[in-house]
Design a protein around this ligand. Structure first.
Ligand SMILES: [Zn+2]
Ligand SMILES: [Zn+2]
Length: 269
């Protein structure tokens, strides 16, 4: 068994009923001794496994973007307004507004890896709550959410799409309007222009008639785990706009900072 996986489904299911405090303490003690589950981020033993797969220290150590942020793309800026790339329309021009919880680094990066690669799907709910808090000005007034799709072969291999789980955790209707119709090479190591070319024809709307009816004149929010150069979001937005969406916005849990040495590591999807 992978470290810390499996038993959490049993533990989290305890949260569904009204479990008295003393009973929860007893269950936590028992689980901690019998299963020794570890935090999905720092891998320290969890004191309170029924409270989730991440320890309170890691949640409180999360680095998040704080105001002032670029009113369009959500990156921290020195003064209220737009950042340089947004003023130059050099970043994801098809998208009117983007927000992310924080930089793709440290704890946030480890949490997304735990969600995607270790199958810690319960994290999507908590990350969704964070997204609601940081992206309310993008989500307000929107009609529906569209998760960025995985190619069917990747979806089958992983068993789920993390973007779908994140969208399901948000309080707006979800429409799985997009399909990834081409397998693309990894975006790792590619320049922005190469990334744009790599995903240009990767997406299409599903069942054109049905999807167009759902999207027509709607304000749509794309949902994904990480945004790097915005090339994937932009390719998706173009397809949605062509299918009739009035406006396309986007939210991602993390945003890779382009000068950062780890910027390329998110693109394994
Ligand atoms: Zn931890
Ligand atoms: Zn900006």
């Amino acid at each position: 068994m992978k470290k810390g996986t499996g038993p959490f489904f049993t533990a989290s299911s305890l949260k569904k009923g009204p479990v008295p405090f003393f009973a929860r303490r007893a269950i936590d003690g028992l689980l901690a001794v019998l299963l020794a589950p570890r935090c999905a981020s720092c891998e320290e033993l969890l004191d309170s496994p029924t409270s989730g797969v991440v320890c309170p220290r890691c949640w409180s150590a999360l680095v998040v973007f704080t105001p002032p942020v670029c009113e369009r793309c959500g990156l921290p800026v020195l003064r209220t307004g737009s950042c340089g790339p947004c003023r130059a329309r050099a970043f994801a021009a098809e998208i009117t507004r983007l927000r992310a919880v924080g930089p793709y680094d440290g704890t946030l990066r480890r949490l997304l890896h735990a969600l995607k690669y270790d199958g810690r799907r319960t994290l999507a709910k908590r990350l969704g709550i964070l997204l609601e808090a940081h992206a309310h000005d993008v989500l307000d007034g929107a009609h529906l959410l569209v998760p960025v799709p995985l190619h069917v072969s990747r979806r089958r291999e992983r068993g789920f799409n993390q973007a779908t789980d994140l969208a399901s955790a948000l309080d707006l209707p979800r429409v799985d309007a997009l399909a990834r119709v081409a397998t693309t090479r990894s975006q790792t190591g590619l320049s922005r222009d190469q990334r744009v070319r790599n995903v240009r024809h990767a997406f299409a709307v599903r069942t054109r008639a049905l999807t167009s009816a759902a999207l027509c004149d709607r304000v749509v929010v794309l949902v994904d785990d990480v945004c790097t150069t915005g090339a994937t979001l932009e390719a998706c937005a173009r397809v949605l706009a062509r299918a009739g969406a009035r406006e396309v916005r986007a939210v991602t849990v993390a945003r890779a900072l382009l000068h950062h040495p780890q910027m390329d590591t998110d693109t394994h999807r």
